[in-house]
Design a protein around this ligand. Structure first.
Ligand SMILES: C[S@@+](CC[C@H](N)C(=O)[O-])C[C@H]1O[C@@H](n2cnc3c(N)ncnc32)[C@H](O)[C@@H]1O
Length: 279
């Protein structure tokens, strides 16, 4: 016999609570919306109706994946970032709200030629291009599987004509100069990986999380090549972990950058290092 959406919702919350999920009601709402094929803001309106068997089965599969700590975005296949839907798969980092600090800082000044190093889903590259219709951009990543997702997002957002993606080990395949270079590189130190939540550690690509070293090696590589790829006065902006500001700023100063500043996120934690190429 079919259950109502409300009964399935309550049972789902209890199941995720028992599995130790931090915000079970939020997750069940998103998973139920996904199983029903409706937007999350419509779920509450549909709770009184009986749940069709196919929807109940889809929800059961989603709940069991979530109880096994798979991130909601990987189960639903999407994540909202800066107001747009991005395709998310296990091959890319789930775009994080804190990365919106980098977006806000980048949009503070004009740019027309953009490079995003370690583009992953393309969340940063495509958001910046969507917000600046005259700009074109290049997204680079070492992971060919991530680049497939970035290209699919470019297509889905109608940005493929302005966004190119390329496989590159940091600067290895990058040519030309840009007026804005952005990056959210892997910055978790190898010895911090064991302490991560299982949702992250066991489900997101390790090469998106850690450099396998002290968490700073990507910044060293980026600092070493950035001036050769920036137009005079061009900007370099990277996301950082909250305790990495001083170290990353020192790499940029040593590489010859001016106006090196560490910017906080909305919670007041250091989140972005910004620098400018000499004119
Ligand atoms: C923290 S994720 C950021 C993804 C996306 N830019 C975002 O902010 O959601 C870091 C990205 O860097 C890529 N990456 C790791 N090592 C790299 C390397 N040596 N060269 C280029 N990209 C690399 C990973 O594959 C991953 O997509």
């Amino acid at each position: 016999m079919s259950v109502t959406g409300a009964a399935a919702f309550r049972a789902g919350v209890a199941q995720l609570q028992a599995a130790g999920i931090a915000d079970p009601a939020r997750d069940v709402r998103l998973l139920l919306a996904h199983a029903m094929g409706i937007s999350a803001d419509k779920v509450m309106l549909a709770l009184h109706d009986p749940l069709p068997d196919a929807v109940a089965a889809a929800l059961e599969a989603c709940l069991s994946a979530r109880a096994n700590r798979q991130p909601v975005s990987q189960i639903t296949g999407q994540r909202q970032f800066w107001g747009r839907d991005f395709i998310v798969t296990p091959d890319v980092l789930d775009p994080r709200p804190e990365t919106e600090t980098l977006i806000a800082a980048a949009l503070d000044q004009p740019f027309t030629r953009l490079l995003d190093l370690g583009t992953g889903s393309g969340a940063i590259l495509l958001t910046l291009l969507a917000e600046r219709p005259a700009a074109t951009g290049l997204g680079a990543d070492l992971s060919p599987d991530a680049l497939v997702v970035a290209a699919a997002n470019a297509e889905a957002l109608g940005l493929a004509h302005r966004a190119q993606v390329i496989q590159s080990d940091w600067w290895a395949a990058i040519t030309g100069r840009f007026d804005l270079i952005v990056s959210n590189p892997p910055y978790i130190a190898l010895d911090e990986m064991a302490g991560l939540a299982p949702d992250v550690r066991d489900h997101e690509p390790h090469m998106a999380l850690t450099d396998g070293a002290d968490g700073l090696s990507a910044y060293r590589a980026i600092a070493a090549g950035a001036l050769a790829h920036l137009a005079p006065g061009g900007r370099l902006m990277v996301e950082i972990g909250p305790i990495q500001g001083a170290a990353v700023a020192s790499f940029f100063v040593a590489a010859g950058f001016c106006d090196v500043v560490v910017l906080p996120d909305f919670d007041g934690r250091d989140r972005v290092v910004s620098a400018r190429a000499p004119v």
